[in-house]
Design a protein around this ligand. Structure first.
Ligand SMILES: Cc1cc2nc3c(=O)[nH]c(=O)nc-3n(C[C@H](O)[C@H](O)[C@H](O)COP(=O)(O)OP(=O)(O)OC[C@H]3O[C@@H](n4cnc5c(N)ncnc54)[C@H](O)[C@@H]3O)c2cc1C
Length: 462
C-alpha cells in the first residue's frame, strides 16, 4: 500500500487546524436557510452551523396544536413561495417544519446540523474566528441568523412559587395532556399566552389568565383577512425608520389572534363568559398568594380599541381607494369585568400548573465583537452592522414588520447577499476547498489526503 502523497508535506510550525470559508452562517432556521439560498445563487461558498436541526424553533418550541397566525401566502422564502393548496389557510406546526424541509431539499444548503457556535471574534489578521463544537473555523464574513427568541423570559418571582406546582415557559408547553390534571394559570396575554389559554380552555381545563397590555386584532374584516388588508395598505413594506415609533416598535407585543381551525378572533371576554378566570397583570407573589394589578378592564378595553382602530384604518383605505368590500358591523364587548379579582391564594386553589408566557430575550454573550448598543442590541442598518463583514438576519423589525417572520426575510436576505457579494473576493484555493469538504464529511477523502492532513496538523498522531 502506498503512503506517498503528491501534496507537499507541511512543516510543524504551520497553524493549528482551522477551516476557512468566505461566509459562515450561524443558525439554520428560515433566516439562515434564506441566506444560504441567496449566496448559492451568487456562487458564494459558505457553510451553515445549526446547533440542532434546521427549523428547530418550529419543531421543539411550539405546542402540538400550534399553527401560523399569518396566512400561508406570506410564507415566501427566496426561491420557494408557499407551494400548497391553501394560501389563505394557516399551516400547522408539522406543516411548517415540512415547508422548511422541502425548502432545504429544493436547493441542498451546505449545513452542519448538531454543531453549535460558542464564540465569534476577530483574529488580528482581520478574519473572523468562529469556535464551534467541532473545532475552530475562520471566515471573511459572518451572518448571525440565530433568531430573536433565544432565552425564555421567566420573571424571578417564579422562584417563589411552591415546589408542588409545575411551572414552565410557553416554549415548553406541548398539550393539555402533557401537564398534570387540575387548573392552570397562564401568565401573559400576548400571542402565545392567549393561544395556550385557548388550547387548554377548548380541552375543558379551567384556566386562569393574567392579562397584560398586548393588543389584539380581528381575524377578518369586511370580507378579507386583516393581514391581507395590512399588506394591501403597505404595512408590511414600511421600513422601521418610517414607523411612528421608529426603532422602539421592535419592543412592542404582537396582536393576539389565531389561525386555529381556519383562523378566528381571540376574544378574552367570550372566554370569561365561558368560565375562564381573568385577572389583571401579575404584580407579586408573597406567601403563596399572587397579587394582580387592577388593570384588567383597561387592558381588555385597550386591546379592543386597537382592534377597532385597525378597522378604522381599513375603512379609510376602502373609502379612499374605492375598494369594493361588504360592510360589517363593529364589535360590541360581550362582557365586562367587575373589575376582576386582585388576589389568588395558591394554597387554596386547584391550580397545579403555571405557564409563563412572557416572551423571549436574545443571548449574544458568545459574540465577542464590539457591535452592540447601550442596551445590548446589535447596532445595524438593515442587518449590516458597524463591523464590516458581520451581519444579522431575521431580527424582529430588522427592516420591516415582516423581517422576523416568513413574509419579510426574503427581502432582507437579498439585501444582505448584495452586501456580502460586494465584499466577497477570491474563490477558495483547492487546498482550502478540500479541507472544508473534509470538515463537512460530505466528500470521499482519499487516503493520501488524510495522511497529508494528519501530518500537517496532528503531529502527535504520527
Ligand atoms: C410563538 C411564536 C409564534 C410565531 N408565529 C409566527 C407566524 O405565525 N408567522 C410568522 O411569519 N412568524 C411567526 N413567528 C416569528 C418567526 O417566524 C419565528 O420566530 C422563526 O422561528 C424565526 O426564524 P429565524 O430563522 O429567524 O430564527 P429561528 O427559527 O429561531 O432559528 C435560529 C436557529 O439558530 C440556531 N442557533 C441558535 N444559536 C445557535 C448557535 N450558537 N450555534 C448554532 N446554531 C444556533 C437555533 O437552533 C435555531 O434553529 C413566531 C414566533 C414565535 C416565537
Amino acid at each position: 500500500m502506498s503512503t506517498t502523497t503528491d501534496l507537499p508535506l507541511p512543516t510543524s510550525h504551520l497553524p493549528p487546524p482551522t477551516f476557512h470559508y468566505p461566509v459562515l452562517i450561524i443558525g439554520g432556521g428560515q433566516a439562515g436557510l434564506s441566506m444560504s439560498y441567496c449566496l448559492k445563487q451568487r456562487g458564494i461558498d459558505h457553510l451553515i452551523f445549526e446547533k440542532n436541526r434546521i427549523g428547530e424553533a418550529w419543531r421543539s418550541q411550539r405546542w402540538d396544536t400550534f399553527c401560523l397566525v399569518t396566512p400561508n401566502w406570506q410564507c415566501d422564502l427566496p426561491g420557494f413561495p408557499y407551494p400548497g393548496s391553501d394560501p389563505n389557510g394557516f399551516m400547522k406546526k408539522d406543516e411548517i417544519v415540512g415547508y422548511l424541509e422541502s425548502y432545504a431539499n429544493s436547493f441542498q444548503p451546505p449545513v452542519r446540523e448538531g454543531v453549535s457556535v460558542s464564540r465569534l471574534n476577530r483574529h488580528p489578521s482581520g478574519k473572523f474566528e468562529v469556535l464551534t463544537s467541532i473545532g475552530e473555523f475562520t471566515a471573511d464574513q459572518v451572518v448571525i441568523a440565530t433568531g430573536g427568541y433565544q432565552i425564555s423570559a421567566l420573571p424571578r418571582m417564579a422562584e417563589r412559587l411552591p415546589k408542588t406546582l409545575v411551572q414552565m415557559h410557553s416554549s415548553l408547553y406541548k398539550s393539555p395532556d402533557s401537564i398534570p390534571p387540575g387548573e392552570v394559570l397562564v401568565v401573559g396575554s400576548g400571542q402565545s399566552g392567549c393561544q395556550i389559554a385557548e388550547d387548554l380552555h377548548l380541552a375543558g381545563r379551567k384556566v386562569h389568565l393574567a392579562v397584560g397590555g398586548a393588543p389584539r386584532t380581528a381575524r377578518r374584516y369586511r370580507g378579507k383577512d386583516v393581514v391581507d388588508w395590512l399588506h394591501d395598505m403597505g404595512y408590511y413594506s414600511k421600513p422601521v425608520h418610517e414607523h411612528p415609533l421608529k426603532e422602539r416598535v421592535r419592543a412592542k407585543a404582537n396582536h393576539y389572534v389565531t389561525g386555529r381551525d381556519g383562523g378566528r378572533d381571540i376574544d378574552l371576554r367570550r372566554f370569561a363568559l365561558e368560565g375562564m378566570q381573568l385577572y389583571g397583570r401579575l404584580k407579586t407573589i408573597e406567601d403563596n398568594v399572587m397579587d394582580f394589578a387592577d388593570d384588567l378592564p383597561q387592558n381588555l378595553d385597550n386591546a379592543d380599541k386597537v382592534a377597532e382602530s385597525i378597522k378604522d384604518t381599513i375603512d379609510k383605505f376602502i373609502l379612499t381607494n374605492q375598494v369594493e368590500a361588504p360592510t360589517e358591523s363593529r364589535y360590541t364587548p360581550l362582557w365586562q369585568p367587575d373589575p376582576g379579582p386582585r388576589q389568588l391564594d395558591l394554597a387554596h386553589s386547584n391550580i397545579t400548573t403555571v405557564i409563563w408566557c412572557m416572551g423571549f430575550s436574545t443571548d449574544y454573550r458568545w459574540i465577542e465583537l464590539p457591535l452592540f448598543d447601550g442596551k445590548g442590541y446589535p447596532a445595524h442598518q438593515r442587518g449590516v452592522t458597524t463591523i464590516p463583514g458581520i451581519y444579522f438576519l431575521g431580527l424582529p423589525w430588522q427592516y420591516t414588520w415582516g423581517s422576523g417572520r416568513f413574509s419579510g426575510v426574503k427581502q432582507d436576505a437579498l439585501f444582505l447577499a448584495d452586501n456580502i457579494e460586494a465584499r466577497h473576493t477570491a474563490p477558495p484555493t483547492p487546498v482550502a476547498q478540500k479541507l472544508n469538504e473534509l470538515a463537512l464529511g460530505n466528500q470521499p477523502v482519499t487516503q493520501a489526503f488524510s495522511l497529508w492532513v494528519s501530518r500537517a496538523f496532528c503531529p502527535c498522531l504520527q
